[in-house]
Design a protein around this ligand. Structure first.
Ligand SMILES: Cc1cc2nc3c(=O)[nH]c(=O)nc-3n(C[C@H](O)[C@H](O)[C@H](O)COP(=O)(O)OP(=O)(O)OC[C@H]3O[C@@H](n4cnc5c(N)ncnc54)[C@H](O)[C@@H]3O)c2cc1C
Length: 425
Protein backbone atom coordinates (compact mmCIF):
# COMPACT_ATOMS: atom_id res chain seq x y z
CA UNK A 1 0.00 0.00 0.00
CA UNK A 2 1.36 3.40 -0.84
CA UNK A 3 2.08 5.71 2.03
CA UNK A 4 -1.11 7.57 2.74
CA UNK A 5 0.23 10.13 5.12
CA UNK A 6 3.69 11.09 3.96
CA UNK A 7 4.93 14.62 3.61
CA UNK A 8 3.63 17.57 5.51
CA UNK A 9 0.93 19.27 3.57
CA UNK A 10 0.13 22.83 3.02
CA UNK A 11 -2.03 22.93 -0.04
CA UNK A 12 -4.06 25.82 1.21
CA UNK A 13 -4.10 29.22 -0.38
CA UNK A 14 -2.57 32.47 0.64
CA UNK A 15 -4.92 34.66 2.61
CA UNK A 16 -4.32 38.22 3.57
CA UNK A 17 -4.31 38.04 7.33
CA UNK A 18 -4.20 41.06 9.59
CA UNK A 19 -2.75 38.85 12.32
CA UNK A 20 0.77 38.08 11.10
CA UNK A 21 2.45 34.70 11.03
CA UNK A 22 4.56 34.86 14.12
CA UNK A 23 3.65 31.30 15.14
CA UNK A 24 5.64 29.97 12.17
CA UNK A 25 2.58 28.23 10.77
CA UNK A 26 1.22 29.91 7.69
CA UNK A 27 -2.53 30.09 7.53
CA UNK A 28 -4.43 28.28 6.17
CA UNK A 29 -3.21 24.74 6.48
CA UNK A 30 -5.95 22.64 4.91
CA UNK A 31 -4.56 19.29 3.79
CA UNK A 32 -5.23 17.27 0.64
CA UNK A 33 -7.78 14.55 -0.07
CA UNK A 34 -5.43 11.65 0.49
CA UNK A 35 -5.24 12.47 4.16
CA UNK A 36 -8.79 11.56 5.09
CA UNK A 37 -9.65 8.75 2.65
CA UNK A 38 -7.78 6.16 4.67
CA UNK A 39 -9.72 3.11 3.47
CA UNK A 40 -9.38 4.22 -0.17
CA UNK A 41 -13.09 4.66 -0.81
CA UNK A 42 -12.00 6.80 -3.72
CA UNK A 43 -11.10 3.54 -5.51
CA UNK A 44 -14.79 2.62 -5.51
CA UNK A 45 -15.73 5.74 -7.45
CA UNK A 46 -16.05 6.14 -11.18
CA UNK A 47 -13.75 8.47 -13.06
CA UNK A 48 -16.69 10.85 -13.46
CA UNK A 49 -17.33 10.91 -9.72
CA UNK A 50 -13.68 11.53 -8.96
CA UNK A 51 -13.55 14.34 -11.51
CA UNK A 52 -16.64 16.02 -10.10
CA UNK A 53 -15.38 15.72 -6.53
CA UNK A 54 -12.09 17.29 -7.61
CA UNK A 55 -13.87 20.06 -9.47
CA UNK A 56 -15.93 21.00 -6.42
CA UNK A 57 -12.92 20.80 -4.11
CA UNK A 58 -10.88 23.04 -6.38
CA UNK A 59 -13.73 25.51 -6.56
CA UNK A 60 -13.97 25.64 -2.78
CA UNK A 61 -10.18 25.85 -2.33
CA UNK A 62 -9.66 28.52 -4.95
CA UNK A 63 -12.83 30.59 -5.03
CA UNK A 64 -14.45 30.24 -1.61
CA UNK A 65 -11.89 29.60 1.13
CA UNK A 66 -9.74 32.62 0.22
CA UNK A 67 -12.68 35.03 0.48
CA UNK A 68 -15.19 33.56 2.90
CA UNK A 69 -13.88 34.69 6.29
CA UNK A 70 -14.59 38.42 5.90
CA UNK A 71 -18.13 37.60 4.73
CA UNK A 72 -18.55 35.35 7.76
CA UNK A 73 -17.25 38.08 10.05
CA UNK A 74 -19.62 40.64 8.55
CA UNK A 75 -22.50 38.10 8.47
CA UNK A 76 -23.00 38.74 4.77
CA UNK A 77 -23.90 36.33 2.04
CA UNK A 78 -21.30 36.18 -0.76
CA UNK A 79 -23.60 36.84 -3.73
CA UNK A 80 -20.52 37.22 -5.97
CA UNK A 81 -20.02 33.44 -5.69
CA UNK A 82 -23.47 32.43 -6.96
CA UNK A 83 -22.71 32.70 -10.72
CA UNK A 84 -19.52 30.70 -10.16
CA UNK A 85 -21.41 28.08 -8.17
CA UNK A 86 -23.95 27.90 -10.98
CA UNK A 87 -21.17 27.04 -13.43
CA UNK A 88 -20.42 23.86 -11.48
CA UNK A 89 -23.79 22.49 -12.71
CA UNK A 90 -24.56 20.86 -9.39
CA UNK A 91 -27.80 22.61 -8.38
CA UNK A 92 -30.58 20.09 -7.91
CA UNK A 93 -28.15 17.32 -6.91
CA UNK A 94 -30.09 14.03 -7.46
CA UNK A 95 -32.97 15.53 -9.44
CA UNK A 96 -33.03 14.20 -13.01
CA UNK A 97 -34.28 16.25 -15.95
CA UNK A 98 -35.39 19.90 -16.00
CA UNK A 99 -31.75 20.97 -16.41
CA UNK A 100 -30.72 19.23 -13.17
CA UNK A 101 -27.66 16.94 -12.93
CA UNK A 102 -29.47 13.72 -11.87
CA UNK A 103 -26.66 12.55 -9.58
CA UNK A 104 -26.71 9.27 -7.71
CA UNK A 105 -26.92 9.60 -3.94
CA UNK A 106 -23.23 8.73 -3.64
CA UNK A 107 -22.28 11.42 -6.16
CA UNK A 108 -24.50 14.04 -4.54
CA UNK A 109 -23.00 13.14 -1.18
CA UNK A 110 -19.45 13.63 -2.41
CA UNK A 111 -20.38 17.03 -3.81
CA UNK A 112 -21.98 18.08 -0.54
CA UNK A 113 -19.01 16.79 1.44
CA UNK A 114 -16.66 18.93 -0.62
CA UNK A 115 -18.85 22.02 -0.29
CA UNK A 116 -19.03 21.51 3.47
CA UNK A 117 -15.32 20.81 3.85
CA UNK A 118 -14.73 24.26 2.38
CA UNK A 119 -17.49 26.14 4.10
CA UNK A 120 -20.70 25.15 5.86
CA UNK A 121 -22.51 28.38 4.97
CA UNK A 122 -22.05 27.63 1.27
CA UNK A 123 -23.08 24.00 1.65
CA UNK A 124 -26.11 25.13 3.65
CA UNK A 125 -27.13 27.69 1.07
CA UNK A 126 -26.85 25.05 -1.65
CA UNK A 127 -28.61 22.49 0.55
CA UNK A 128 -31.57 24.80 1.15
CA UNK A 129 -31.76 25.66 -2.54
CA UNK A 130 -31.27 22.15 -3.95
CA UNK A 131 -32.18 19.58 -1.33
CA UNK A 132 -35.10 21.46 0.22
CA UNK A 133 -36.63 23.96 -2.21
CA UNK A 134 -35.89 22.23 -5.54
CA UNK A 135 -36.47 18.78 -4.07
CA UNK A 136 -39.91 19.88 -2.80
CA UNK A 137 -40.89 20.74 -6.36
CA UNK A 138 -39.25 17.64 -7.82
CA UNK A 139 -40.83 15.18 -5.38
CA UNK A 140 -44.16 16.86 -4.80
CA UNK A 141 -44.87 19.17 -7.73
CA UNK A 142 -46.97 18.50 -10.83
CA UNK A 143 -45.29 18.16 -14.22
CA UNK A 144 -46.28 21.73 -15.03
CA UNK A 145 -44.77 22.99 -11.75
CA UNK A 146 -41.53 21.10 -12.33
CA UNK A 147 -41.19 22.57 -15.80
CA UNK A 148 -41.98 26.05 -14.56
CA UNK A 149 -39.78 26.20 -11.45
CA UNK A 150 -36.89 23.77 -11.81
CA UNK A 151 -34.95 24.88 -14.94
CA UNK A 152 -34.22 28.45 -13.71
CA UNK A 153 -33.40 27.04 -10.28
CA UNK A 154 -31.00 24.53 -11.85
CA UNK A 155 -29.25 27.44 -13.57
CA UNK A 156 -29.32 29.29 -10.22
CA UNK A 157 -30.97 32.25 -11.90
CA UNK A 158 -33.74 31.74 -9.36
CA UNK A 159 -32.92 30.76 -5.79
CA UNK A 160 -35.09 28.84 -3.37
CA UNK A 161 -36.00 28.81 0.32
CA UNK A 162 -37.94 26.31 2.42
CA UNK A 163 -40.21 27.66 5.14
CA UNK A 164 -41.34 24.97 7.53
CA UNK A 165 -40.20 25.91 11.05
CA UNK A 166 -42.28 28.41 13.03
CA UNK A 167 -41.45 30.54 16.07
CA UNK A 168 -43.46 28.21 18.30
CA UNK A 169 -42.97 24.96 16.36
CA UNK A 170 -39.45 23.64 15.80
CA UNK A 171 -39.01 19.99 16.77
CA UNK A 172 -42.81 19.63 16.81
CA UNK A 173 -43.19 21.30 13.43
CA UNK A 174 -45.84 18.74 12.58
CA UNK A 175 -48.12 21.03 14.62
CA UNK A 176 -47.45 24.08 12.44
CA UNK A 177 -50.06 26.85 12.65
CA UNK A 178 -49.60 28.86 9.45
CA UNK A 179 -52.82 28.67 7.43
CA UNK A 180 -53.65 28.64 3.73
CA UNK A 181 -57.30 29.47 3.03
CA UNK A 182 -58.71 28.83 -0.43
CA UNK A 183 -60.23 31.93 -1.99
CA UNK A 184 -61.31 31.61 -5.63
CA UNK A 185 -58.33 30.68 -7.74
CA UNK A 186 -55.80 31.52 -5.05
CA UNK A 187 -54.78 30.65 -1.51
CA UNK A 188 -54.40 33.26 1.20
CA UNK A 189 -51.57 32.47 3.62
CA UNK A 190 -51.24 33.85 7.15
CA UNK A 191 -48.70 32.99 9.83
CA UNK A 192 -45.05 33.17 10.85
CA UNK A 193 -41.91 31.24 9.98
CA UNK A 194 -38.52 31.28 11.68
CA UNK A 195 -34.94 30.42 10.75
CA UNK A 196 -35.71 30.20 7.05
CA UNK A 197 -32.42 30.14 5.13
CA UNK A 198 -32.10 32.22 1.92
CA UNK A 199 -35.58 33.68 2.50
CA UNK A 200 -34.52 37.33 2.42
CA UNK A 201 -33.48 37.05 -1.24
CA UNK A 202 -35.12 33.84 -2.52
CA UNK A 203 -37.16 34.00 -5.71
CA UNK A 204 -39.26 30.99 -4.67
CA UNK A 205 -40.00 30.31 -1.01
CA UNK A 206 -41.77 27.02 -0.36
CA UNK A 207 -44.08 27.83 2.52
CA UNK A 208 -45.74 25.00 4.44
CA UNK A 209 -49.19 25.82 5.73
CA UNK A 210 -52.33 24.11 6.99
CA UNK A 211 -55.20 24.14 4.50
CA UNK A 212 -58.96 24.32 5.05
CA UNK A 213 -59.00 20.52 5.42
CA UNK A 214 -56.50 20.71 8.30
CA UNK A 215 -53.75 19.06 6.28
CA UNK A 216 -50.35 20.55 5.55
CA UNK A 217 -49.62 21.75 2.02
CA UNK A 218 -46.65 23.37 0.27
CA UNK A 219 -47.06 26.72 -1.49
CA UNK A 220 -44.52 28.42 -3.75
CA UNK A 221 -44.48 32.08 -2.74
CA UNK A 222 -42.76 34.15 -5.38
CA UNK A 223 -40.48 37.07 -4.57
CA UNK A 224 -42.25 40.37 -4.20
CA UNK A 225 -45.64 38.90 -3.26
CA UNK A 226 -47.40 41.49 -1.05
CA UNK A 227 -47.69 40.53 2.62
CA UNK A 228 -44.48 38.43 2.64
CA UNK A 229 -41.97 40.04 4.98
CA UNK A 230 -38.60 38.34 5.66
CA UNK A 231 -36.23 39.92 8.19
CA UNK A 232 -32.70 38.63 8.79
CA UNK A 233 -32.12 37.09 12.22
CA UNK A 234 -29.10 38.96 13.55
CA UNK A 235 -26.43 38.02 16.08
CA UNK A 236 -25.93 34.42 14.96
CA UNK A 237 -22.72 32.74 16.10
CA UNK A 238 -23.00 29.98 13.48
CA UNK A 239 -23.41 29.94 9.69
CA UNK A 240 -23.03 33.69 9.69
CA UNK A 241 -23.05 33.94 5.90
CA UNK A 242 -26.43 32.21 5.66
CA UNK A 243 -29.28 34.68 5.75
CA UNK A 244 -31.83 33.11 8.07
CA UNK A 245 -35.11 34.93 8.26
CA UNK A 246 -38.03 35.51 10.53
CA UNK A 247 -40.98 35.64 8.14
CA UNK A 248 -44.38 37.23 8.60
CA UNK A 249 -47.08 36.22 6.16
CA UNK A 250 -50.02 38.59 6.16
CA UNK A 251 -52.79 37.78 3.68
CA UNK A 252 -50.19 36.53 1.20
CA UNK A 253 -52.12 35.65 -1.94
CA UNK A 254 -50.66 32.74 -3.91
CA UNK A 255 -52.14 31.42 -7.18
CA UNK A 256 -53.76 28.00 -6.77
CA UNK A 257 -51.35 26.82 -9.46
CA UNK A 258 -48.50 27.38 -6.95
CA UNK A 259 -49.80 24.82 -4.44
CA UNK A 260 -47.52 21.77 -4.79
CA UNK A 261 -49.87 19.32 -6.45
CA UNK A 262 -48.80 16.12 -4.71
CA UNK A 263 -48.74 17.18 -1.08
CA UNK A 264 -51.66 15.70 0.81
CA UNK A 265 -50.42 15.47 4.39
CA UNK A 266 -47.33 16.19 6.48
CA UNK A 267 -46.08 12.71 5.55
CA UNK A 268 -45.39 14.05 2.06
CA UNK A 269 -43.26 16.85 3.53
CA UNK A 270 -41.21 14.16 5.26
CA UNK A 271 -40.15 12.79 1.86
CA UNK A 272 -38.29 16.05 1.30
CA UNK A 273 -36.90 16.04 4.83
CA UNK A 274 -35.46 12.57 4.29
CA UNK A 275 -33.62 13.73 1.18
CA UNK A 276 -32.26 16.85 2.82
CA UNK A 277 -31.36 15.18 6.13
CA UNK A 278 -29.29 12.75 4.09
CA UNK A 279 -27.42 15.74 2.63
CA UNK A 280 -26.88 17.22 6.08
CA UNK A 281 -25.29 13.96 7.20
CA UNK A 282 -22.73 14.35 4.41
CA UNK A 283 -22.17 17.96 5.46
CA UNK A 284 -21.10 16.85 8.93
CA UNK A 285 -18.49 14.53 7.46
CA UNK A 286 -17.13 17.33 5.27
CA UNK A 287 -16.78 19.59 8.30
CA UNK A 288 -15.07 16.83 10.31
CA UNK A 289 -12.60 16.28 7.48
CA UNK A 290 -11.76 19.99 7.41
CA UNK A 291 -11.01 19.84 11.15
CA UNK A 292 -8.88 16.72 10.90
CA UNK A 293 -6.92 17.78 7.83
CA UNK A 294 -6.19 21.17 9.30
CA UNK A 295 -5.10 19.73 12.65
CA UNK A 296 -2.83 17.23 10.90
CA UNK A 297 -1.21 19.80 8.63
CA UNK A 298 -0.81 22.22 11.55
CA UNK A 299 0.75 19.55 13.77
CA UNK A 300 3.36 18.86 11.12
CA UNK A 301 4.37 22.51 10.93
CA UNK A 302 4.07 23.82 14.45
CA UNK A 303 7.07 23.12 16.70
CA UNK A 304 7.04 23.04 20.48
CA UNK A 305 9.71 21.61 22.80
CA UNK A 306 11.98 21.47 19.76
CA UNK A 307 9.83 19.06 17.77
CA UNK A 308 6.79 19.29 15.47
CA UNK A 309 3.57 18.66 17.40
CA UNK A 310 3.01 15.69 15.07
CA UNK A 311 5.92 13.87 16.71
CA UNK A 312 4.27 13.73 20.13
CA UNK A 313 2.46 10.54 21.08
CA UNK A 314 -0.56 12.27 22.52
CA UNK A 315 -1.05 14.31 19.36
CA UNK A 316 -0.76 11.17 17.23
CA UNK A 317 -3.34 9.44 19.39
CA UNK A 318 -5.79 12.32 18.92
CA UNK A 319 -5.22 12.43 15.17
CA UNK A 320 -5.69 8.66 14.93
CA UNK A 321 -8.99 8.88 16.83
CA UNK A 322 -10.19 11.59 14.47
CA UNK A 323 -9.23 9.54 11.44
CA UNK A 324 -10.97 6.46 12.86
CA UNK A 325 -14.16 8.47 13.30
CA UNK A 326 -13.95 9.92 9.79
CA UNK A 327 -13.31 6.49 8.28
CA UNK A 328 -16.25 5.09 10.22
CA UNK A 329 -18.53 7.88 8.98
CA UNK A 330 -17.39 7.63 5.37
CA UNK A 331 -17.92 3.85 5.26
CA UNK A 332 -21.34 4.14 6.87
CA UNK A 333 -22.40 6.96 4.62
CA UNK A 334 -21.27 5.27 1.43
CA UNK A 335 -23.41 2.26 2.38
CA UNK A 336 -26.38 4.46 3.27
CA UNK A 337 -26.02 6.23 -0.07
CA UNK A 338 -25.99 2.89 -1.88
CA UNK A 339 -29.16 1.88 -0.02
CA UNK A 340 -30.89 5.07 -1.18
CA UNK A 341 -29.66 4.44 -4.71
CA UNK A 342 -31.33 1.01 -4.45
CA UNK A 343 -34.60 2.67 -3.38
CA UNK A 344 -34.28 1.62 0.28
CA UNK A 345 -35.60 4.79 1.89
CA UNK A 346 -35.65 4.78 5.66
CA UNK A 347 -35.95 7.91 7.78
CA UNK A 348 -34.57 6.13 10.88
CA UNK A 349 -31.42 5.12 9.00
CA UNK A 350 -30.89 8.67 7.77
CA UNK A 351 -31.62 10.00 11.28
CA UNK A 352 -29.03 7.62 12.75
CA UNK A 353 -26.46 8.91 10.29
CA UNK A 354 -27.23 12.58 10.91
CA UNK A 355 -27.16 12.08 14.69
CA UNK A 356 -23.93 10.10 14.73
CA UNK A 357 -21.88 12.18 12.30
CA UNK A 358 -22.88 15.54 13.72
CA UNK A 359 -21.90 14.42 17.19
CA UNK A 360 -18.55 13.14 15.92
CA UNK A 361 -17.94 16.25 13.81
CA UNK A 362 -18.54 18.50 16.81
CA UNK A 363 -16.02 16.49 18.84
CA UNK A 364 -13.42 16.42 16.04
CA UNK A 365 -13.71 20.16 15.42
CA UNK A 366 -13.43 20.96 19.12
CA UNK A 367 -10.33 18.76 19.32
CA UNK A 368 -8.85 20.29 16.18
CA UNK A 369 -9.49 23.75 17.58
CA UNK A 370 -7.56 22.83 20.72
CA UNK A 371 -4.67 21.38 18.71
CA UNK A 372 -4.21 24.71 16.95
CA UNK A 373 -3.73 26.41 20.29
CA UNK A 374 -4.49 30.12 20.22
CA UNK A 375 -4.53 30.13 16.43
CA UNK A 376 -7.48 27.77 16.70
CA UNK A 377 -9.76 30.64 17.61
CA UNK A 378 -8.70 32.74 14.62
CA UNK A 379 -10.82 32.70 11.49
CA UNK A 380 -7.59 32.63 9.45
CA UNK A 381 -7.09 28.95 10.25
CA UNK A 382 -10.68 27.97 9.32
CA UNK A 383 -11.30 25.52 12.14
CA UNK A 384 -12.95 28.19 14.28
CA UNK A 385 -15.50 28.93 11.55
CA UNK A 386 -16.31 25.25 11.14
CA UNK A 387 -16.51 24.76 14.89
CA UNK A 388 -19.04 27.59 15.21
CA UNK A 389 -20.96 26.50 12.13
CA UNK A 390 -21.31 22.85 13.14
CA UNK A 391 -23.50 24.00 16.04
CA UNK A 392 -26.20 25.00 13.57
CA UNK A 393 -25.82 21.73 11.66
CA UNK A 394 -26.43 19.96 14.95
CA UNK A 395 -29.75 21.78 15.31
CA UNK A 396 -31.23 22.11 11.85
CA UNK A 397 -33.02 19.27 10.10
CA UNK A 398 -33.82 17.99 13.58
CA UNK A 399 -31.62 18.06 16.67
CA UNK A 400 -29.50 15.21 17.96
CA UNK A 401 -32.33 14.33 20.36
CA UNK A 402 -34.98 14.32 17.67
CA UNK A 403 -32.89 11.98 15.51
CA UNK A 404 -32.43 9.69 18.51
CA UNK A 405 -36.20 9.69 19.10
CA UNK A 406 -36.78 8.70 15.47
CA UNK A 407 -34.28 5.84 15.76
CA UNK A 408 -35.55 4.91 19.20
CA UNK A 409 -39.13 4.64 17.98
CA UNK A 410 -37.97 2.43 15.14
CA UNK A 411 -35.94 0.01 17.24
CA UNK A 412 -38.21 -0.22 20.28
CA UNK A 413 -41.66 0.30 18.81
CA UNK A 414 -42.37 3.03 21.40
CA UNK A 415 -42.76 6.66 20.40
CA UNK A 416 -41.16 8.81 23.10
CA UNK A 417 -41.73 12.18 21.40
CA UNK A 418 -44.62 13.27 23.58
CA UNK A 419 -44.21 12.73 27.33
CA UNK A 420 -47.08 11.52 29.46
CA UNK A 421 -48.90 14.44 31.09
CA UNK A 422 -48.75 14.25 34.92
CA UNK A 423 -52.16 13.25 36.33
CA UNK A 424 -52.49 16.40 38.54
CA UNK A 425 -52.48 18.69 35.41
C1 LIG B 1 -29.07 28.06 11.27
C2 LIG B 1 -30.41 27.42 11.12
C3 LIG B 1 -30.95 27.25 9.86
C4 LIG B 1 -32.25 26.73 9.71
N1 LIG B 1 -32.82 26.69 8.47
C5 LIG B 1 -34.12 26.33 8.35
C6 LIG B 1 -34.78 26.44 7.08
O1 LIG B 1 -34.19 26.84 6.07
N2 LIG B 1 -36.09 26.09 7.03
C7 LIG B 1 -36.78 25.66 8.11
O2 LIG B 1 -37.97 25.37 7.97
N3 LIG B 1 -36.18 25.55 9.32
C8 LIG B 1 -34.87 25.89 9.46
N4 LIG B 1 -34.25 25.80 10.69
C9 LIG B 1 -35.02 25.37 11.85
C10 LIG B 1 -34.53 24.08 12.48
O3 LIG B 1 -34.96 22.99 11.73
C11 LIG B 1 -35.03 24.06 13.93
O4 LIG B 1 -34.27 25.03 14.62
C12 LIG B 1 -34.89 22.71 14.59
O5 LIG B 1 -35.80 21.79 14.05
C13 LIG B 1 -35.08 22.78 16.11
O6 LIG B 1 -36.20 23.53 16.45
P1 LIG B 1 -36.09 24.69 17.54
O7 LIG B 1 -34.93 25.54 17.22
O8 LIG B 1 -37.41 25.33 17.64
O9 LIG B 1 -35.74 23.95 18.90
P2 LIG B 1 -36.81 23.19 19.96
O10 LIG B 1 -37.70 22.35 19.14
O11 LIG B 1 -37.41 24.27 20.76
O12 LIG B 1 -35.82 22.34 20.77
C14 LIG B 1 -35.08 22.84 21.90
C15 LIG B 1 -34.42 21.66 22.60
O13 LIG B 1 -35.43 20.75 23.07
C16 LIG B 1 -35.15 19.45 22.61
N5 LIG B 1 -36.40 18.72 22.37
C17 LIG B 1 -37.44 19.09 21.58
N6 LIG B 1 -38.39 18.14 21.60
C18 LIG B 1 -37.94 17.14 22.41
C19 LIG B 1 -38.46 15.89 22.85
N7 LIG B 1 -39.64 15.43 22.40
N8 LIG B 1 -37.73 15.16 23.71
C20 LIG B 1 -36.53 15.60 24.16
N9 LIG B 1 -35.99 16.76 23.79
C21 LIG B 1 -36.68 17.52 22.91
C22 LIG B 1 -34.37 19.65 21.32
O14 LIG B 1 -33.61 18.51 20.99
C23 LIG B 1 -33.51 20.85 21.68
O15 LIG B 1 -32.37 20.40 22.37
C24 LIG B 1 -32.96 26.30 10.85
C25 LIG B 1 -32.37 26.42 12.11
C26 LIG B 1 -31.12 26.98 12.25
C27 LIG B 1 -30.54 27.14 13.64
Amino acid sequence: MKATHGAAADQGHALASPNGNSSGVEPPVLGGSEFSDYFLLDNLLTDEQRALKKKVREFMDQEVIPVINPYWERAEFPFELVPKLAQLDIAGFQIAGYGCPGMSNVTAGLVILELARGDLSMSTMMGVHSALAMMSVALLGSEEQKQRFLPPMARMEKLGAFGLTEPTHGSDVVKLETTARRDGDSYVINGHKRWIGNATFADYSIIWARGDDGHVGGYVVEKGTPGFDAQVIKGKTALRCVQNAQISLTDVRVPAANRLANVHTFRDTEKVLLASRFCVAWESIGAAIAGYETALAYAKQRKQFGMPLAAFQLIQYRLSRMLADITDMLCMQHRLSQLLDEGEYSMPRVALAKMHYTERARAILADARDMLGGNGILLDYHVARHLCDIEAIDTYEGTDTVQALIVGRDITGYSAFVPAVPSHH
